[in-house]
Ligand binder design. Structure first.
Ligand code: CA
Length: 483
């Protein structure tokens, strides 16, 4: 997985940034330095206003009593992959650096360990893991970068997780996250060393104060060996895909036909062990919840106990995104898919195909949301959001005949400067433009990435005894065209 992650190494002494594939040139014969950007970070026990795991610009910390937070400590958890240290590196000094926007009289301690990452760029909680030793503490937060000496935890190349815990001041402190649009203020781990060290073992040791790297982060779903999935799967064979659904003038720039036997992790991130506050399920990267077979991607919701983000939950679910892998400014986005939602069996099930801006700021384009339940199952929702107060515009489009769960349908959004159009099975059903939407240009003139997820529970209701699990949201393809 590490080779698929983008790590930012900064040669500190020279101030020259370079993207490297895993080797780090020495600055001098006798010393060196490397700065690694966080490959994952999150606010543990976050609340909605701290941002969501997929698109946030800040991390928050707050003591247990902060704002009467019912979920306990709000900690900032960060994970770094150190791969560039030479075999001869010795006397390692490691500094964890986070940027805050204001001076604040809050004591903040850095610990080794904490919840670990479960997918490329996604840190989520593994609850009940005790924090390792306290590494350093600062009595106050300063505007700009704050540094903690975490040398005691860093032994060499490897994956390191740190937790920042705010011990005083019952007000949240905000820190720039790895997704902040200003790259210069993102979290860093800076390591300096000399060349006095013994040759390192050929495989990275597991540092005592850090968690081991998650076992290959996101196991590629495999239809074979030991996986109970194939015997459980009811694969709905995909009828022949439409030859070309594109309107004239559009050219295909990205697609996944799901014709292989596993989720293509070059195209998608698969979120794991993530519990968002807006729903009732745990996103997992288990092949039980997300798999490719028979030309289809299946996102499967299950009724089963799971723990994520320090919470015990009763459902598991699937969430894929293209953050860091594919993004688009304008385009024609289409999914051909079958919702599992029928009239009597689907309360609390919520498949969706949508887009969010890379900068994590304002804006959201929902190509389609397909909430289940007797009230909702007949319609497909088209929506745009400015923010989540919420300032949004949307409609629920009831099928004239049938309903989204009666078979495969295509859901399309054409996004052009100043205009958005939505189609179902090739027929236009909704349109937004600068006239309908004063915030159109502010929200929809920057790169967006793609999300496919199957949420259980939330604003439109939670499952009840009638909801049937497993429930499968089956996707034949996702295609993106541009002009
Ligand atoms: Ca397909």
């Amino acid at each position: 997985m590490h080779t698929k992650r983008t790590l930012y190494f900064v040669l500190g002494a020279l101030g020259v940034a370079a993207l490297l594939g895993g080797t780090l040139p020495l600055l001098a014969d006798d010393s060196g330095s490397t700065t690694v950007g966080a490959m994952a970070d999150t606010t543990a026990t976050q609340v909605v206003q701290d941002g969501d795991n997929g698109a946030k610009t800040t991390l928050a910390t707050c003591p247990q009593t902060c704002d009467n937070n019912p979920r306990g400590w709000r900690d900032a958890v960060l994970e770094f992959a150190v791969t560039g240290l030479p075999a001869s590196a010795g006397h390692l000094r490691a500094r964890l650096r986070l940027h805050a926007w204001t001076d604040t009289a809050a004591r903040v301690a850095a610990y080794g360990g904490g919840p670990a990452a479960d997918g490329p760029g996604v840190t989520t909680s593994r609850p009940n893991l005790p924090l390792a030793a306290q590494l350093d503490v600062k009595d106050a937060v300063v505007s700009g970068f704050n540094e903690w000496d975490v040398s005691a935890a860093v032994r060499g190349n490897g994956t390191y997780t740190f937790t920042l815990r705010q011990e005083t001041l019952n007000t949240r402190v905000y820190w720039a996250s790895r997704e902040n649009q200003r790259a210069a203020i993102r979290p860093e781990l800076t390591i300096t060393y000399d060349n006095s060290g013994p040759p390192a073992p050929s495989t990275a040791p597991v540092p005592s104060a850090a968690l081991p790297a998650p076992s290959s982060a996101a196991p590629a779903p495999s239809p074979t060996k030991g996986d109970p999935k194939p015997s459980e799967v009811t694969v709905t064979r995909s009828p022949a895909a439409p030859t070309s659904a594109a309107a004239p003038g559009w050219r295909l720039v990205w697609s996944d036909e799901f014709s292989g036997s596993a989720v293509d992790l070059k195209r998608w991130n698969l979120r794991g062990s993530e519990g968002r506050d807006i729903d009732r399920g745990c996103n997992t990267n288990s092949p039980k919840n997300t798999f490719v077979s028979g030309g289809l991607l299946t996102l499967r919701a299950l009724r089963e106990p799971a723990t994520c983000s320090s919470q015990q939950r009763q459902y598991t679910q699937s969430y894929l995104d293209t953050i860091g892998k594919a993004s688009f400014t304008y385009g024609r986005f289409e999914m051909r898919a079958k919702s599992p939602n029928g009239p009597t069996n689907s309360r609390g099930l919520w498949p969706a195909f949508w887009l969010r801006p890379n900068d994590g700021g304002n804006g959201e384009i929902d190509v389609v949301e397909l909430p289940g339940g007797a009230q909702y199952y007949r319609a497909a929702t088209q929506a745009i959001f400015w923010d989540y107060t919420p300032v949004k515009q949307d409609q629920r489009y009831p099928f004239a005949k049938g309903y989204p769960g009666d078979g495969f349908h295509t859901y399309t959004t054409e996004w052009e400067p100043g205009r958005l159009r939505w189609y179902i099975d090739g027929q236009q059903v909704y349109e937004r433009d600068r006239g309908t939407t004063p915030w159109f240009d502010k929200a929809f003139s920057k790169p967006y990435n793609i999300r496919l997820n199957f949420q259980v529970g939330g604003w439109l209701g939670d499952p009840d005894a009638s909801t049937v699990f497993p429930a499968d949201f089956q996707v034949d393809y996702v295609r993106v065209w541009q002009r």
